[in-house]
Structures are given as C-alpha cells and as structure tokens.
Write a protein that binds this ligand. Structure first.
Ligand code: GTP
Length: 455
C-alpha cells in the first residue's frame, strides 16, 4: 500500500491529486536513523540521494565495503566528485562522516581520497571518524585479489581487484589487523608477517621477504600517526548520538543482489550491503533503524560475471549502455545492461523492508518506443518460480516473462514535478509501485543534485 504524508496547505488541489508532498516534507519526515541501500547489482546512483539527504542529517555513515564503492556526485557548482570510501556527506560542511566497523580501510587510499577532496576545497579535518574496529586492507590483499582472479581464469568473479574480498577473508579467518592495531606498533609487524606468509604460502606469484615486511611496517608507522585524529570508537559515538537525538543517515555501498548471503553467490561482494549489514557494520540496534530507501535504476546494470536474467545484448544493450553512460566509476569497465527485473527487486524489498524507493535514471529511457519489465520467471520445465532462486543453475536457465509498456518520446531531464512527467513515464513508475508494493518517493531524471522529482 502507498503511504502518503499529509498534503501541505500550499499545494494546489490539482497538484495534490497526483503527488502529495513537497520535497521539504519528503525529506524532513525521514526517521532519526535512515538508510539508502542499493537494490540491484550496484551503481544505482545511491551517492546522489545520499548527497541530497545529507544536509538534513548530523551524521552520514558507511557500514560495509571499502574503496570498491564508487559514488559519483556533483556539488552545488556542478563539480564532479568520485568518492570511494569517504561517505558522500563530506560535501556538506555540517555533516560528520563515519566509516564504521564493518568497512575495510586501505589507509593509503583513504589519504589519497582525503588529499583529493582537500585540494578541491573540501575540508576533511575533524569531519571523518574511522572505527577502531574496522579492518585494515593492505596492498597484500590487493595483490592476492589479482592473483586469485587470475587463478580462476574463465570463472573469475570480476572483482574490482581492490583487495576487498581478501581483506574480509583475513577478518573471518581471524588473522586480520584492525585500525586499533595501529596503536600497537610493537606487535604490528608480527601480525602483518602472519598475513604476508599466509599469502606467500597460498600463491606462488606472491613475493615475500623480510625487507618487504620492514618497509610496510615503516610505512604504517607514518600512517598510524596521520590516522590517529580520525580514529574513534564509532559504536560509542553513534549510540551516544542516537541518545542525543541526532539524525544518522546510513550510506550503503554495492547492493543486495551482491550481498554475501542474499546475492548471486559466488558473484557477490564479501560484505552485507543489505539492511542486516547496518547493525553488524555500525553496532546499532535493529529497532533504532527507521526508513530504508531502496535505490533502483529504471533499468538494470551489472558489472562483472554472474547471471543477469533480463540482460540485453547486441545493439539494444549497447544503446542502453551509451544512453546511461554505464561505465564503472572506479574501474571504467563497461556495465552489462538490461530491463528492470521485478522478481529481483521484490526479493530485495522483502529482505530490506524498504519504506520507499528512489527510481533513478528514468531520463535514460526517454525516446524508446516501448519499455519492457521482467515480471516473473519460468523454470526450464515451464513452471513459474515463486521466488528469486538461490541456486545459480536455476537462475541461469529461467525464462523471463515481460510486460511491455509504452515509452515516451520527450526529454524529461528538466522536469521537476511528478505531474509534468509524460503520462507513459508516470504509468511506468506506478506500474513498478504496483508490482513491488513499495511507493516510489524519489525519481531521478539526471545526474545533477536538482534533477530529482519528489513524489
Ligand atoms: P555504487 O556504490 O558503486 O553502487 O555507486 P552508486 O550507486 O552511487 O552509483 P554511481 O554513482 O557509481 O553511478 C551512478 C551514475 O549515475 C553516476 O554517474 C550519477 O551521476 C548518475 N546518476 C545518478 N542518478 C541519475 C539520474 O537520475 N539520471 C542520470 N542520467 N544519471 C544519474
């Protein structure tokens, strides 16, 4: 069912018949702890919504992943920023950014990002806190990532080779190093030695020597000093902030279809980008979490390997890729593109309990004579599947049943109110709402901050 906020008095009756809220109402009514999560295979445009909402929150927090996220946002002067580990809230002076315990941190990369922001006039000092419990991602993890992908040859995962998976592996095998270990340089070298030796015993191509270890320890001694002002017990900070009624926005990286548990395993990321990851990655209780906004592109894209039932090939796929500029922010890799997959989206909505959706890149579909939506899957034997399958063999063989909706021919990138969208575009939005049972509250019609319709 659609949830509607009260209609502001200033909105005319004609307008109110179609969209009930002003942008102000939409944003200011969000709960004390809210989140923005990806609901496809990533790159849905989460960064832009976080950036738009951030000024209304005291804190913006990342709970999982590392520099494998690649949010692209534009500041008020239209300047483009590609953020990786630093939360998108950094572009707003009054916002505190938190990198939680569930994230993994490549310290040199973190400083590079900060240097880049500061050289563009964005002040970072005292505005970013890094959890003392977060795991450290070393160059060795990046090397292992590359070696592992090379070893997998044809069945490679298609990782960003940023070492995220190997770092989470170290965490789970319990020999990882955490940010708090930087405060104990006397034992840091021995712990790092275990990781290096592990990698060398597993991969022939991994070069290990005592001098590599010594150099790395020296480098980290310098990093430890520079990182110290950023280190905090973020579990304590966040829970205290909740007590003090401060507003926290959780910025998801990647997406549910890439979740280590719920995604298309093994073609997934190594963390939990779905709702559960907020609790484990920040140390806050489930009952404090309020609104969760699922970000969904008006079509689907996916980077790397793995099944993609509604994928478009040939000219159709190329056209969508070009129109949507679907090339990775972090790696530049062309993204695979296809129609919107309602079966996968419903599955994401179930897992996360989204209170609303942000439909992004609706403008990219302008000009198409018709738009298809994948509404159900049939198995190879013709039987309809009741849910999104966990077994990839089943998923690879599904036949997608499509609904065909009329397209619209006009450019919608300068439209700012729901009423002004062409009727076919509104029909598309409303059909998605009907099919998934979650209201669309935000519609993206362009990359800029202002190119957003509040519904
Ligand atoms: P990940 O965490 O890597 O998944 O990042 P993300 O979800 O924030 O997506 P990312 O920023 O990498 O990609 C989205 C791209 O689409 C960026 O270039 C945005 O500027 C752009 N974008 C966002 N919303 C819209 C929109 O409504 N229309 C158009 N045309 N572009 C958009």
């Amino acid at each position: 069912p659609k949830t509607r906020l009260p209609v502001p008095a200033a909105v005319s009756a004609a307008t109110a018949a179609v969209y009930a809220d002003s942008a102000e109402d939409r944003v200011s009514s969000l709960s004390q702890v809210s989140g923005v999560l990806g609901s496809q295979w990533g790159d849905e445009g989460k960064g832009k919504l976080v950036d738009v909402l951030a000024p209304r929150f005291d804190i913006v927090a990342r709970c999982q992943g590392g520099a494998n996220a690649g949010h692209t946002i534009y500041n008020s002067e239209g300047k483009k920023f590609a953020l990786h580990l630093v939360p998108s809230g950094i572009l707003h002076e009054g916002t505190l950014c938190v990198v939680g315990n569930g994230a993994v941190i490549h310290v040199p990369g973190f400083f590079e990002e900060i240097d880049g922001l500061e050289s563009n006039g964005v002040r970072c000092d005292g505005r970013i806190l890094v959890s003392d419990r977060a795991h450290l991602l070393f160059d060795l993890h990046q090397a292992v990532d590359g070696l592992r992908e090379a070893e997998l040859e044809n069945s490679f995962i298609g990782t960003t080779k940023r070492g995220i998976g190997p770092c989470y592996s170290s965490k789970v095998t319990r020999n990882g190093l955490r940010v708090c270990d930087l405060r104990h340089m006397d034992t840091f070298g021995d712990k790092l030695d275990v990781l290096l030796k592990d990698a060398a015993s597993r991969f022939q191509g991994f070069k290990y020597s005592k001098s590599v270890l010594k150099e790395e320890v020296e480098r980290y001694k310098r990093f430890a000093e520079r990182l110290e002002p950023f280190i905090a017990d973020t579990v304590h900070v966040l829970n205290e902030s909740i007590q003090q009624k401060k507003k926290i926005l959780v910025e998801g990286g990647q997406a549910t279809m890439l979740d280590i548990d719920f995604g298309t395993y093994p073609f997934v990321t190594s963390s939990s980008p779905s709702a559960g990851g907020i609790c484990t990655g920040l140390g806050i209780a489930p009952r404090v979490i309020g609104d969760l906004i699922g970000v969904v592109k008006a079509y689907t894209s996916r980077v790397g390997s793995g099944p993609f039932p509604t994928e478009l090939f040939g000219e159709e796929g190329d056209n969508l890729r070009k129109a949507g500029m679907e090339f990775g922010t972090t790696t530049g890799r062309p993204r695979r593109c296809g129609w919107l997959d309602i079966v996968a989206l419903k599955y994401c909505c179930q897992i996360n309990g989204f209170s609303s959706l942000n439909l992004t890149k609706l403008d990219v579909l302008s000009g198409l004579p018709e738009i298809k939506v994948g509404v159900s899957y049939n198995q190879a034997d013709g039987q309809k599947l009741q849910s999104f399958p966990g077994d990839l063999d089943t998923l690879e063989q599904v036949q997608v049943n499509y609904e065909v909706l009329p397209g619209w021919q006009s450019d919608i990138s300068s439209v700012r109110s729901y009423n002004e969208l062409p009727q076919a575009a509104r029909r598309y939005v409303e059909r998605i709402e009907e099919l998934v049972g979650v209201p669309v509250h935000y519609i993206g019609v362009g990359p800029g901050r202002d190119a957003l319709i509040y519904k």
